[in-house]
Design a protein around this ligand. Structure first.
Ligand SMILES: Cc1cc2nc3c(=O)[nH]c(=O)nc-3n(C[C@H](O)[C@H](O)[C@H](O)COP(=O)(O)O)c2cc1C
Length: 306
């Protein structure tokens, strides 16, 4: 019997992907670490670990704690810095037939602008994902993404300084995520990705101390999927630009839920720690689902919630 191959091509505004499956920042290193375990060219895109202008060593340990149906992390955005990324990682990443998305974050709004400028015209970086969930030094550590006005200023600064598609990644730690989504859309974002981790903590009952060196951390994994789905659903109705959904996606079924509520693509995060090949399995699972359900183009599923 003849089964036509479904068309998984995904158009996110100015960014075209061969399929809608992307690895999430901070859970897939700089991509290359996973090369022995995953066929990287099978993926729609790879988002690299959040980059700052200078290298950062991050928070004191312990930085990771397992929780019921998920994990808490307080890595503190440790990374090798932009210069080392461009010199040591990007040349090899360029040889892989997939899209590479640079996740960036700054301590000040100007740092976002400087990162965008430094990546302008850089071959092999196909889009920027702007992390607004990190602490704003000028605002006493309150995250940029909590305030629609500040999130819009960050977006506008990046858009002004880049020639690449701009994805703004939203924080779920807000009362009404649609307000931030509309603000960043108005400021020129091409795409919105959501959600980042949800702030939480865990306590050791013997020592009666926080389990994380930083006290608070970001909750991720299956525990946050219902919250993430609800937020993608809300944002899909509030903005016109394309969405990338994430939060607790462990397999293709989870990914489909996000597509059905209105995300054009998905990112796979914590699942990479459980099964390094999770992202590739999601691509294969989506393809099989399309064949089994007579779906010719993956886009037919997007926003198909009844
Ligand atoms: C260990 C770890 C490190 C992360 N680092 C970043 C980061 O550097 N930048 C960022 O935007 N998100 C970061 N995230 C958030 C993920 O990209 C993702 O938004 C979140 O974990 C929800 O998806 P998941 O439940 O599939 O993991 C990190 C998450 C984890 C677990």
């Amino acid at each position: 019997m003849f089964f036509p191959t479904p068309d998984l091509t995904t158009l996110l505004g100015p960014l075209e992907l061969k399929n809608p499956v992307i690895t999430a920042s901070g859970t897939f290193g700089y991509g290359l670490e996973y090369e022995p375990l995953v066929n990287l060219k099978a993926l729609g895109a790879i988002v690299v670990k959040g980059l700052s202008l200078k290298p950062i060593s991050g928070n004191p340990p312990p930085r990771i704690v397992e929780t019921a149906c998920g994990m808490l992390n307080a890595i503190g955005l440790a990374n090798i810095g932009l210069e080392a990324f461009l010199k040591d990682k990007l040349p090899r990443l360029r040889e892989i037939d997939t899209r590479v998305i640079a996740n960036i974050y700054g301590h000040h709004i100007e740092e976002y602008g400087e990162l965008a400028k430094a990546l302008k015209g850089v071959e092999g970086v196909h889009a920027l994902e702007v992390n607004v969930s990190c602490p704003n030094v000028e605002r006493g550590g309150m995250a940029f993404g909590i305030d629609p006005v500040i999130a819009a200023r960050v977006t506008e600064t990046v858009v002004r300084n880049t020639d690449k598609p701009v994805i703004v990644k939203l924080s779920p730690n807000v009362t009404d995520i649609t307000l931030v989504a509309k603000a960043v859309e108005g400021a020129g974002a091409d795409i919105i990705s959501l959600i980042n981790t949800i702030t939480g903590m865990a306590v050791d009952i013997e020592s009666r101390t926080p389990k994380l060196g930083n006290i608070f951390g970001g909750l991720s994994g299956p525990a946050i999927k219902p919250v993430a789905l609800r937020m993608v659903y809300q944002v899909a109705r509030a903005v016109k630009i394309p969405l990338i959904g994430m939060g607790g996606i462990m397999d293709y079924r989870d990914a489909l839920e996000f597509l059905i509520v209105g995300a054009q693509a998905v990112e796979i995060g914590t699942a990479n720690f459980v099964k390094p090949g999770a992202s590739q399995s999601v691509v294969e699972g989506l393809s099989k689902y399309c064949v089994d359900h007579g779906v010719k183009r993956i886009g037919e599923i997007v926003g198909s919630l009844k």
